[in-house]
Design a protein around this ligand. Structure first.
Ligand SMILES: N[C@@H](CCC(=O)N[C@@H](CS)C(=O)NCC(=O)O)C(=O)O
Length: 231
């Protein structure tokens, strides 16, 4: 049976999400960090309704919606929310700093690619593993240069929230595929950063625990993703 569009409420932000999607988590993190009221409509990516495609022709979550405004792509949604709602600003005002932070997010996307390949594939792709570790080496260097607890210094920034969802899945990935491990002796600063991120209120609100991630990833690996794990 087709999933009917839940009636939208005028003036209320809605995020179309999938419960275990790291990209949708980015936008939810930003909304929580800024204490912005919103509702979440979870989608089963295997049965996307036509009204979903009408909102995002790429067919991916997250989608941000507020009345007639519709935005998709996690980085774009997150930037939009930070600009449109200036409280608890996450993006640095210095353009050079902003550019450096985006480089880190871009580097980290190789880790996301590696995770995707090992979750959906049968073998560990050597090239993606090498790229992922290489990106983490550069990120470790950036953290060593900038200091901690967060990338921007003492307060959590957009760059931290954009990286977090994949970092949240490290332990689960490692339990399933040993090559996914992020050794603390090779990445001491990054390991510390992961710990620090665990103290951020928005992270505590949005995160799944490792056993739930393991259960979900196992269903993905089996070829039958269960988006309702834990319900
Ligand atoms: N570049 C996109 C990636 C989003 C993405 O890959 N989302 C996944 C769920 S985690 C999705 O909706 N995939 C579509 C599908 O599974 O058909 C973004 O940053 O928003």
């Amino acid at each position: 049976m087709a999933f009917c569009l839940p009636a939208p409420h005028s003036g209320k932000i809605r995020v179309y999400s999938m419960r275990f999607c790291p990209y949708a988590e980015r936008t939810r993190l930003v909304l929580h960090h800024k204490n912005i009221e919103h509702e979440v409509v979870n989608i089963d990516p295997l049965q996307k309704p036509s009204w979903f495609w009408d909102r995002n022709p790429n067919g991916s979550v997250p989608i941000f919606e507020l009345d007639d405004k519709v935005i998709y792509e996690s980085l774009i949604c997150s930037d939009y929310v930070d600009e449109a709602y200036p409280n608890n600003k996450l993006t640095p005002s210095d353009p050079y700093r902003r550019a450096q932070d985006r480089i880190i997010v871009e580097l980290f996307s190789k880790v996301g690619t590696f995770f995707f390949k090992i979750a959906y594939g049968k073998e560990v792709p050597k090239e993606a593993l090498r790229d992922s570790m290489g990106s983490l080496d550069l990120i470790e260097k950036a953290l060593a240069k900038e200091g901690t607890p967060f990338f921007g210094g003492s307060a959590v920034q957009m760059v931290d929230l954009m990286l977090w969802p994949h970092a949240e899945r490290f332990d689960a990935m490692t339990q399933l595929v040993k090559e996914a491990s992020v050794p603390a002796d090779r990445y001491p600063k990054f390991t510390k950063w992961i710990k620090n991120m665990g103290t951020v209120p928005a992270v505590q609100k949005c995160r799944w625990d490792t056993p739930s991630h393991v259960l979900f990833i196992e269903t993905v690996k089996s070829g039958k993703p269960d988006y309702d794990v834990g319900l």
